[in-house]
Design a protein around this ligand. Structure first.
Ligand SMILES: Cc1cc2nc3c(=O)[nH]c(=O)nc-3n(C[C@H](O)[C@H](O)[C@H](O)COP(=O)(O)OP(=O)(O)OC[C@H]3O[C@@H](n4cnc5c(N)ncnc54)[C@H](O)[C@@H]3O)c2cc1C
Length: 478
């Protein structure tokens, strides 16, 4: 971990951090020997076996697979750091993840890497808190004991999920059965409305709020089947779904795993290198950077996220389905915020329905008389993650007297290299676009957590896709 540096945002100045400040702070983060490998690349010419576009978990895993196969490869990364939608910053003197964070043993690809590299995990105490604070749809605050409501909550979620075993019998094979097709047009909101009369109001609000935080948008905006997938993958129950999505995180941040994967083979990396154009011909692929440089390879692995895919020039052009899906964009455009409150609020789990500024708020830590919480909301229209007043108002949905001392969040939706957070497919996208998004086109292999088979929208899905891309490129170039 000695190669990792993080920006320190532990000073009081970050309480009203502007986007510009944050971008500057983020600039201090590098993972691995970024500058040294850039130099290597410059010295070693411009012809590669494989050029990898993007250095998130998918790209870094793909690069390792290529290097292991003896393929000369380079990662071209637009940002000034690796990690993509994962990013470990230093907040209050601790490694703090601004993007992807939690992992679970039900996630086979990431769990294998965690074990292989012997990485330590920590628990987010609020994810298993007994104290559940619900801000209801009638604007009441109810404090419940999880021990007392867990059975009824499990039942409410199970009603919402329906016949999950029939809908997704093979959760890591999205096309293993056609059953999902019959419900793919149904939104999370429509599904909840269809079973609402069987669920008591406060449980309805809990389900609504939880699904909004998982879909990272208003529940009208994403497909119900995506939530069924989250439920099925860890074993068809809500307790495990919640553990898988929000309980265990890397003690030293996601950067610990990223560095571990990267340091297995030390691939060449060019940071600050946005790719503008990708052009194939009979013998290879030319990649033009925004700086005007042209590199050439026998194959390309693109890990460009779904919401950004349309912004590059592709020759031949993207397929109609790829373009339509990228234009439609996935629905993950919500907010994530770290908050420090004055006072010890203990371990709590706050939930509020879909159209509230925060749907999900959990204690991450209590120390020195302060409480560190992590929250998720459906839209930046309702919450400015770096505005202390906006965040305080949102936190007061659950804790009316709370005094926010610090807030810290990253605007993933404004970032031109992600234009969103994690992938949640909108209604109909699975049947219309998913298969096509996974297809290689000639010498370009498209890989991303955004169209992974199993844990789509997760770090696990990114690694799954990086491994798959490595295999495909080996076959292509054999
Ligand atoms: C707020 C938030 C919370 C999340 N929480 C979790 C969680 O708790 N657990 C979990 O498992 N997952 C979580 N995720 C999702 C997870 O982080 C992502 O699904 C995963 O990291 C995506 O990996 P990727 O490599 O497929 O894509 P990315 O990480 O997006 O990597 C793509 C790379 O391509 C680069 N790029 C884009 N355009 C260009 C260009 N023109 N030229 C060159 N490079 C380019 C980008 O800069 C980026 O580095 C979260 C994500 C966010 C944003």
């Amino acid at each position: 971990m000695s190669e990792v540096s993080r920006p320190s945002l532990s000073e009081s100045s970050q309480s009203s951090l502007t986007r510009r400040d944050f971008v500057i702070a983020a600039g201090a983060v590098t993972v691995g020997a970024g500058s040294a490998t850039s130099l290597q690349a410059a010295e070693s010419g411009r012809d590669y076996d494989v050029i990898i576009l993007g250095g998130g978990f998918c790209g870094v895993t793909a690069a390792r697979e290529c290097q292991r196969a003896g393929l000369r490869s380079v990662i071209l990364e637009a940002r000034n750091r690796l990690g993509g939608r994962t990013f470990t910053a230093d907040f209050m003197g601790r490694p703090t993840d601004m993007g992807g964070t939690w992992v679970h043993w039900s996630q086979p690809y990431v769990w294998t890497e965690i074990r292989r590299h012997g990485l330590a995990l920590h628990e987010t105490p609020g994810a298993s808190a007994d104290k559940i604070i619900v801000h209801t749809s009638s604007d009441q605050i109810e404090t419940l004991s999880y021990a007392k409501i867990s059975d009824r909550l499990e039942k409410a979620v199970s009603l919402y999920m329906g016949d999950s075993r029939t809908l997704l019998p093979l959760p890591h094979d999205p096309f293993g059965s056609d059953a999902y097709r019959s419900v793919d047009q149904i939104s999370s909101a429509e599904r909840l409305a269809s079973v609402a009369n069987k669920i008591p109001p406060v449980y309805r609000d809990l389900v609504d709020g939880y699904m909004a935080s998982a879909g990272h948008n208003y529940c009208e905006q994403f497909a119900w089947i995506e939530m069924v997938r989250w439920y099925v993958l860890p074993g068809h129950n809500f307790a495990d779904m919640n553990d898988a999505a929000g309980r265990y995180h890397f003690r030293d941040g996601t950067v610990a795993l990223l560095s571990a994967i990267q340091s297995e083979t030390h691939p060449e990396v060019r940071l600050h290198t946005p790719v503008k154009r990708v052009q194939q011909d009979a013998t290879g692929v030319s990649v033009q950077t925004a700086g005007g440089e042209e590199l050439r390879a026998r194959a390309v692995i693109s890990t460009i996220p779904l919401n950004v895919l349309k912004d590059l020039e592709w020759q031949p052009e993207l397929s109609a389905a790829q373009l339509a899906a990228s234009r439609m964009s996935h629905a993950g455009v919500g907010t994530k915020v770290h908050v420090v409150l004055e006072g010890d609020y203990g371990s709590l789990f706050g939930m509020a329905p879909s159209h509230k500024a925060l749907n999900y708020l959990v204690t991450e830590d209590v120390a020195d008389g302060h409480t560190h919480l992590v929250g998720f909301g459906p839209s930046r229209d309702l919450l400015n993650v770096n505005d202390i007043n906006s965040v305080q108002q949102a936190v007061r949905l659950f804790l009316p007297d709370a005094k926010v001392l610090k807030t810290f969040g990253y605007e993933w939706v404004l970032d031109p290299y992600s234009k969103g957070t994690w992938c949640t497919l909108r209604q109909g996208m699975w049947s219309r676009y998913l298969r096509e998004l996974q297809q290689p086109r000639g010498r370009v292999i498209f890989a991303s957590a955004d169209w992974a088979n199993g844990w789509r929208g997760f770090i696990d899905g990114a690694i799954e896709q990086g491994l798959e891309a490595g295999k495909r490129v080996r076959e292509l170039l054999a």
